[in-house]
Design a protein around this ligand. Structure first.
Ligand code: NAI
Length: 255
């Protein structure tokens, strides 16, 4: 593992960290020496397991419940974390989901709103909850978890999700412009096909085979391979990387 010594002692909040990429990011940041707040909404068991793994490895972690689509819950979670661990230095906006594959004519307004709220509004709310303290202290790194779908429109049945993830790439740039003068960096990662519960839920075995055939690296990615890039973006090793979205897709989509 690469060591980013400036992460030691930092406070990190990772949303949706009870499984998949969020879990791996929480573990990676804890391995780098951060004190980590593991956010979850419904998956308390997963969050407790993430915490157990971090603590077993000698790290420091707490769990914090909040639905990241609700401003009040996000604010309460952020102030709870600050009270318990200290002000938040690193925010990873990871929580997200496709929720349900739906073609255009089957998409209800309510489902559109659910998915856009979960994948886009959530990041706005979380950044708003931590940014004042970061700006005041002139320090902070925010990493948004977008998706390859945000660039290529995603597989069929994902216009709600891919539009939100595309919006997240744009929001990353806008936030970066606003916050960089205050010493706060905002960047994003854009994973391709990563082996997490996401695909167990939303991709058939045939679709996974087709995905792999289109990946020059010849395999899907692991959550840890996304987490290591998140740790890089959270660290001083990326001090001049601002408003960038890093593709992590085994070569599936380049440029
Ligand atoms: P996952 O389903 O394991 O992780 C999503 C997490 O978000 C879950 O732990 C879930 O409980 C949590 N969550 C859902 N709604 C929430 C809410 N309202 N408040 C708080 N937490 C909530 O799947 P995965 O793959 O780890 O997804 C993590 C992120 O990576 C998501 O934003 C996803 O869109 C993105 N992504 C995943 C890819 C993949 O191939 N697995 C590819 C590109 C992006």
């Amino acid at each position: 593992m690469y060591k980013y010594s400036d992460i030691v002692g930092k406070v990190a909040l990772v949303t949706g960290a009870g499984s998949g990429i969020g879990k791996a990011a929480a573990i990676a940041l804890a391995e780098q020496g951060a004190r980590v707040a593991i956010n979850y909404f419904r998956n308390e068991t997963g969050a407790e397991e993430t915490k157990r793994q971090i603590v077993a490895a000698g790290g420091h972690a707490i769990t914090v419940r909040a639905d990241v689509t609700k401003a009040e819950e996000v604010r309460r979670a952020a102030s709870g974390v600050s009270a318990e661990l200290g002000p938040i230095d690193i925010l990873v906006n990871n929580a997200g989901s496709l929720v349900e594959r739906l073609r255009l004519m089957d998409m209800s307004e309510a489902r559109w709103d659910d998915v856009v709220d979960l994948n886009l509004k959530s990041a706005f709310l979380c950044v708003q909850a931590v940014a004042a303290s970061m700006m005041q202290r002139r320090t902070g790194a925010i990493v948004n978890v977008s998706s390859i779908a945000g660039r290529n429109g995603g597989a069929l049945g994902s216009i709600h999700y891919s539009s939100a993830k595309g919006g997240l790439i744009t929001m990353t740039k806008g936030l970066a412009k606003e916050l960089a003068p205050h010493g706060v960096r905002v960047n994003a990662v854009s994973p391709g096909v990563i082996d997490t519960p996401f695909h167990e839920q939303f991709s058939t075995p045939e679709a996974m085979k087709a995905h792999v055939a289109a990946i020059p690296a010849g395999r899907v990615g692991t959550p840890a391979e996304v987490a290591s890039v998140i740790a890089f973006l959270a660290s001083g090793a990326s001090s001049y990387v601002v408003g960038e979205t890093i593709e992590i897709n085994g070569g599936m989509l380049m440029d």
